[in-house]
Write a protein that binds this ligand. Sequence first.
Ligand SMILES: *[C@@H]1O[C@H](CO)[C@@H](O)[C@H](O)[C@H]1NC(C)=O
Ligand SMILES: *[C@@H]1O[C@H](CO)[C@@H](O)[C@H](O)[C@H]1NC(C)=O
Ligand SMILES: *[C@@H]1O[C@H](CO)[C@@H](O)[C@H](O)[C@H]1NC(C)=O
Ligand SMILES: *[C@@H]1O[C@H](CO)[C@@H](O)[C@H](O)[C@H]1NC(C)=O
Length: 292
Amino acid sequence: MNILRVVSVSVLVVTIAMYYESILLILKPFFPPVDWPIFRNLTNTTNLLSRQLTELNIPASHVIIEYRVTSEYLADIITRKGLPLDNSDKIAQYLRKLGKQTLNSGEAIERMYSTSNSGLKELGMELKFIIEKIHPDQILTRQNETYFAERYKKILDIVTRLRDKFKETKDELDELHNRLANGMNDVEIFFEKISPVLNEYYDMEQVKRDLGYLKQIMEKVPDIREQINHLLYEFNQHRLALIWCRGEWARLWRRKLVSFEDIETLENMIKELNNVSKILKKKDQENVEIRI
Ligand SMILES: *[C@@H]1O[C@H](CO)[C@@H](O)[C@H](O)[C@H]1NC(C)=O
Ligand SMILES: *[C@@H]1O[C@H](CO)[C@@H](O)[C@H](O)[C@H]1NC(C)=O
Ligand SMILES: *[C@@H]1O[C@H](CO)[C@@H](O)[C@H](O)[C@H]1NC(C)=O
Ligand SMILES: *[C@@H]1O[C@H](CO)[C@@H](O)[C@H](O)[C@H]1NC(C)=O
């Protein structure tokens, strides 16, 4: 008896499951689809991000990379002459480390521009794929959910890659700031003490100017870090929104997807992305030209 009951309940459950979607279709007139403007979240955060990227303005070669030469030059002065102070070796070593780290930081900053440029282009392409597949008042099918969830996954991957690149730059700048910023005072004191000895061989005005440049760039590092940190925060917010939206797709069956305005907004966003991408490309080229 019991077994029979279990079997018949199972059959019932399976039958309902099989016909679940058809049953819902029959009930459809009583439960009209609801609007679900999920693309608005995407538009919002993407616009915010591209605006932030436009404001990114750190001329890498100019401000940072060339200071490696300056730093190396000052280190060479010390080692070539075998200067007679106890901390000569330490100061020269510090200057070489500083030179290497300014180069690493500057190159990381340069890469941000080219990576952002290509990332935004890819983002624009994914959005185009999405726009091609939507029309006003579209009601989502299961197949559609899968498709859009996949597109969102691609977008998430692109944003994650950009975020990681900016994180790399931040790490390089952290290294420059946290491990090397404090050493500049010792360098200045060192060159002051050694000035009478060097006076005979070097243009001490030039040496002083070089020291001043190095000090200036180290003073700018916190501000640059601040800019990058802010963008990292934006990337992470954007990622959270995307992760949330991706989860939403699984629940959107039979929702009415978008209105005409939503599509228009998406199209404008692609234009804005292309604009920002062009601006970044220009900045990237400027960096390269300065180095050549
Ligand atoms: C989009 O951003 C605006 C303000 O910038 C906000 O008022 C609105 O709630 C946001 N909409 C979504 C869907 O996130
Ligand atoms: C959306 O679903 C409809 C009906 O199943 C299908 O014809 C269409 O190709 C789907 N579009 C996408 C992008 O999945
Ligand atoms: C997306 O937009 C809706 C409003 O349409 C809002 O309630 C929700 O918090 C937004 N989600 C995120 C992650 O911004
Ligand atoms: C893109 O840039 C052009 C000119 O540089 C400008 O006229 C247009 O308004 C911009 N479009 C968007 C969507 O930002």
